[in-house]
Design a binder for this molecule. Structure first.
Ligand code: ACM
Length: 264
């Protein structure tokens, strides 16, 4: 199968324009025969909100909002899966979410658990857990940007059977791209970090989106411009959790020693 990402440079608030541009890049990924493509966090709205008014103005329901519908149509027409970060409107408030839209015309949602910086002013922390979804022939987990800083996120997804972790991001700190090599290896999964690039309201994003394999190899990486990358993988490579003849990543775990990780 082929997995990929589109690295975009959205303009704050220009939802239609940002969606149109992202669809162009998704078309390029479809042209490279991608089965699963990841877009950045909040790819259609931009990231640097200044008021709750702005958040509500740009938030959309999933799956009935304009952006969800466009992505669902695209997934259906092109026979692939798209994972994309969206500002989600619900009756109880707004979430920093990602949807995974599939060719069947259905989508599933993840809501960011670990909110970064001023996101805490705009979004409620995710309440739906870290889940693994079947996407065609592959098991997919989703985490959003700063979730990476908490190794529990990728671990929970790997323990849930994820072979590919989709990681829509709007990274501003310089650590993630290097740290994800460790995360991919320590969980023996593929990780697709789809980051945005550019500067928005004086905040600079770090680009360098990438795909890392379960053996820690960087299979694709971008620079600071808009970009599309697609690579061929064998998802089953992520099912082999052996480390040496004597060691297995999952069987060697000692959860009885990890109590503090699960206490508040
Ligand atoms: C981030 O979580 N967008 C840094």
């Amino acid at each position: 199968m082929r997995i990929g990402y589109a690295q975009t440079n959205p303009v704050f608030g220009e939802k239609e324009k940002n969606l149109k541009r992202a669809l162009k890049l998704l078309e390029a990924a479809a042209g490279l025969e991608a089965d699963l493509v990841v877009l950045p966090e909040l790819f259609n709205t931009g990231y640097v909100f200044r008021s709750m008014r702005e958040v509500w103005k740009l938030a959309e329901q999933i799956p009935d909002g304009y952006t969800s519908k466009a992505l669902l149509d695209f997934a259906e027409e092109n026979g692939l899966h798209v994972c994309a970060g969206i500002c989600e409107a619900t009756k109880e408030g707004t979430y920093n979410s990602a949807l995974l839209a599939g060719p069947s015309g259905h989508c599933v949602t993840y809501r960011k658990i670990h909110l970064f910086g001023r996101e805490k002013l705009w979004f409620m922390p995710g309440n739906a857990g870290l889940k693994v979804f079947a996407a065609g022939g592959v098991k997919v987990g989703i985490m959003i940007c700063f979730d990476w800083f908490f190794p529990e996120s990728a671990r929970v997804l790997a323990l849930g059977g994820a072979q590919v972790v989709c990681h829509p991001a709007n990274l501003v700190l310089p650590y993630c791209q290097t740290a994800m090599l460790g995360s991919a290896l320590q969980n023996k999964v593929f990780v697709v970090t789809a980051n945005r690039t550019g500067v928005e309201r004086s905040t600079r994003f770090t680009g360098r989106s990438q795909i890392v394999g379960p053996d820690m190899r960087v299979l694709a990486r971008s620079g600071l411009r808009e970009d599309v990358k697609v690579v061929k993988i064998r998802p089953e490579d992520a099912d082999d959790k052996r480390v040496t003849r004597f060691n297995d990543l999952f069987k060697d775990r000692r959860p009885e020693m990890y109590g503090p990780i699960c206490s508040g």
